[in-house]
Structures are given as structure tokens and as C-alpha cells.
Design a protein. Structure first.
Length: 195
């Protein structure tokens, strides 16, 4: 697809097999990898013989140890994705596709919960939305974890900002099946394509 980019939300070890392991996470990682490989195969090699892949942007939950979303601070969640820990790392099968410029961190302010990757920032201080606009992306395809929280919030913020947004339904994991299905239905009604 032209003018398209993939946004990979929170495919981090704590959400896959760690303190907040989500349902269907292994399937979501495998499905995302397959999607990326299919897109790569469709791309013509450049002069050097390298297949340039369409942009893949990564969102990373990235909390200080005293983050407000953790139970010890009165928040709803167990500690997760603490900066510098294995749980905060991108799954090893997907990590090779992540570049510094296209990796956006969120939840770094200890006082602020941040489910959406929309205002996540790369190390240069640019937001996800800013970089998508700079690259003239119109169509954003989303995979990741978890459907009801960070995937939904990211997708809705992108839709509000005018992007065409679609979600790869075989490439998302969730906290609870009921919430997952309700979130998908609500997003579809809002105009997000579920594919
Ligand atoms: Zn978090």
C-alpha cells in the first residue's frame, strides 16, 4: 500500500510473557512478523540489492520504577516495562526492524499514565504524529498489545488526527477477551478498519 506505515504497539516482554502477559501474545508476535516479511517480499530491491521495507514504527511503554500506574503508587497495574529491564525490551523477533528514529517512548513521566503512543517521543524528541506527517504517511496499520488499552488509544488518536487507520486483527493481544471484542466493535463503528 502506498503512503502506508506499520505501527507496532508495546510488543514488549512484560506484555508477552512477563508481569502483564496478555492473551494471544505469541500469536500476535508471530502474525506481525509474518506481515512484515510479506511486505518486505513485495518491495523491489534498490540498486544495492536491498529490499527497502515500508516504514515500521515502534511504540514502547517505558516507565520509571516509581510510575503512578503501578499498584505500589496506587495505580491499577503491577510494575511493568521498567526502564532498563528485560520486560521493557521489544520482542527479539521484531527488534531487528526497530530503528532509533522510529522508536517512540511513552509513560516516562512518573506522574502521568499514557496508554496512547500518539504523543510518544523518539530520542530526538519528535512525536509519533509528527514523524508520520513528515513522512507523508496517510494510512497507518496497527498491530500490538493490548487491544483494549494502548492499541485502542493509539488508533483512536491517529484517526482523530486524520489518518486512515486499520488494525491487523490476528496481530493483537489483549487483557480480557470480552474487552478485546468490545474494543474492536467500538473501533470499527468509529471508522477504524479491522482487517
Ligand atoms: Zn504502562
Amino acid at each position: 500500500m502506498k503512503d502506508a506505515a506499520l505501527v507496532v504497539v508495546d510488543m514488549l516482554y512484560d506484555f508477552i510473557d512477563g508481569s502483564m502477559a496478555c492473551q494471544e501474545a505469541d500469536k500476535a508476535v508471530a502474525g506481525s512478523l509474518r506481515f512484515i516479511e510479506e511486505q518486505t517480499a513485495l518491495t523491489d530491491p534498490d540498486d544495492s540489492g536491498i529490499r527497502s521495507i515500508f516504514p515500521i514504527l515502534f511504540i514502547r511503554d517505558h516507565h520509571p520504577a516509581n510510575h503512578c500506574s503501578f499498584a505500589e503508587q496506587g495505580g491499577p497495574w503491577p510494575p511493568h516495562c521498567v526502564q532498563g529491564t528485560h520486560g521493557a525490551d521489544i520482542h527479539k523477533d521484531l527488534a531487528p526492524y526497530a530503528t532509533e528514529d522510529l522508536t517512540f517512548f511513552k509513560g516516562e513521566n512518573p506522574q502521568q499514565e499514557q496508554y496512547s503512543g500518539f504523543e510518544g517521543k523518539n530520542p530526538a524528541g519528535q512525536s509519533l504524529a509528527e514523524v508520520l506527517h513528515l513522512m507523508d504517511i496517510r494510512n497507518v496499520i496497527i498491530c500490538g498489545i493490548a487491544t483494549e488499552y494502548c492499541v485502542r488509544n493509539t488508533a483512536e488518536d491517529l484517526l482523530k488526527d486524520g489518518f486512515n487507520v486499520s488494525i491487523l486483527k490476528d496481530c493483537i493481544a489483549y487483557v480480557e477477551a470480552k474487552g478485546h471484542h468490545e474494543a474492536l466493535k467500538a473501533m470499527e463503528e468509529e471508522g477504524i478498519q479491522i482487517r
